[in-house]
Each structure stands twice: as C-alpha cells, then as structure tokens.
Design a protein around this ligand. Structure first.
Ligand code: GTP
Ligand code: ZN
Length: 205
C-alpha cells in the first residue's frame, strides 16, 4: 500500500506550518500532563505542550473555514445527467465535544442534481470542514447534509456516517469495535421510499 493510501484528509502531505503557541496554551497542556500523573519538565515531555497545541490547531482547523465556500463553483454542462451522484466511504476524523476524544469514521454523501453538479472533491472538503471541529456525530451529519442542500439546491441529499468513538472504545464503557451510524435524508430521499432505497443500496446499505 502506498503511503498516500493512508492519507484521508485532503492536503496533509506537506507538514503543518510551525505556528507560535501562546504560553497559557502550553501551560494548560503542562497542567494536563501533571494531572495525568507525569512530570511535564522531564526531557521527553519538554516539547509536548507545543506539539499538542499545534496538533489541536490541525484537529480543529475547520473553525478557520466556511465549508459552504467549497460549493460555490458548480458546473452545468453534464450532458443531461440526472441521476444520483455519490461519493462513497470518505474517511474522516473528528473529535467528540464531550471528551475531546477522536472520532474516526467514513461518510457517504449523495445528491440528486437539479441542474448543476459540483466537483467531487468538494463534497469531501465540506465533510472535513465540519469534521475538523468539536462535534457530535449527529450534528456533523446534519451540517454536511444541510450545507449541500442549501448551496447546491439539488432534488435530494443523503448523508450516512459510520464512526467509532474513542470515548467509547478507549475509556468509559470500553467497548472496541462498536460503530455508530447516523443518516440525514432530504428532498426526494426523504419523501420517496424508492429513491431512498436506491441511494442506500448505492452506498452499500
Ligand atoms: N449521541 C452522541 N453521543 C456521543 C457522541 N460522542 C460521544 N457521545 C456520548 O456522550 C455521552 C456523554 O455522557 P456523560 O454521562 O455526560 O459522560 P461520561 O460520564 O463520561 O459517560 P461515559 O462515556 O458513559 O463514561 C457518552 O454516552 C458518550 O458515549 C456523539 O457523537 N453522539
Ligand atoms: Zn466522547
């Protein structure tokens, strides 16, 4: 498997810029390390507050963008194509707003165009723009679907997300292997059972 096969989040090939981190943010990480039972001044942990703070800017970089922006450029020369467009099993990562623990999953995003389509990478960019924030899975699902609905004005939108929550797998109830599934159907996929079955079948459900 090529290295690039592990990349799930767009433009992560280049190292993130080394941004400055305010002292109080680093102090907060030191406090957390002390709270966890270790000594933040020992050699191996000396640069950790800086790394953790920078890592959090990456995990949360969705706050720096408006995901709808990715849907502003559309194409209408699609040769009369009027069937479902589906981007299936897009890997994503997010963080749960309750425990700041990773949420790792995949999303399928489909829409039935009205007359315009969007570049397919843009659907993944919308997903990452909302995922790279503190989330609950239900809201992530709704935000992605609502964004596509509002800005593409298609006949229907369907979003299904399956994810594993580290706050369940690595702590708390400690139940690895459990996936949470959420979905949001809009327009024809909500109103028409045949259309909904068709899109879910295309997604592999
Ligand atoms: N519905 C939903 N729940 C989530 C999500 N992420 C985490 N949770 C849950 O949020 C809940 C928070 O429950 P609390 O009782 O306030 O926190 P807690 O005492 O740490 O709960 P436990 O995880 O059961 O130990 C937990 O049940 C988590 O599993 C999510 O995306 N959606
Ligand atoms: Zn959680």
């Amino acid at each position: 498997m090529a290295d690039s096969d592990h990349l799930s989040d767009g433009d992560l090939v280049a190292p993130a810029p080394k941004i400055d981190v305010p002292a109080d943010v680093q102090d907060a990480v030191r406090t957390l390390i002390r709270w966890a039972g270790d000594d933040p001044s020992r050699e191996g942990l000396a640069d950790t507050p800086l790394r953790v703070a920078r890592a959090w800017k990456e995990y949360a970089r969705g706050y720096e963008e408006d995901p709808a922006h990715h849907l502003s450029r559309t194409f209408d020369e699609v040769g009369g194509y009027d069937e479902i467009v589906l981007l299936k099993d897009i890997p994503f990562q997010s963080h749960c707003e309750h425990h700041l623990a990773p949420i790792i999953g995949k999303a399928s995003i489909a829409y039935l165009p009205q007359d315009r389509v969007v570049g397919i990478s843009k659907l993944a960019r919308v997903l990452h723009g909302f995922a790279r924030r503190l989330q609950v899975q239900e809201r992530l699902t709704a935000q992605v679907a609502d964004c596509v609905w509002e800005h593409l004005k298609p006949q229907g939108v369907a979003v299904v997300i399956e994810a594993s929550h580290a706050c369940m797998t690595a702590r708390g109830v400690n139940t690895p292997g459990v996936m949470m599934t959420t979905s949001r159907m809009m327009g024809v996929f909500r109103q028409d059972e045949r259309s909904r079955r068709e899109v879910l079948a295309l997604m592999g459900y």
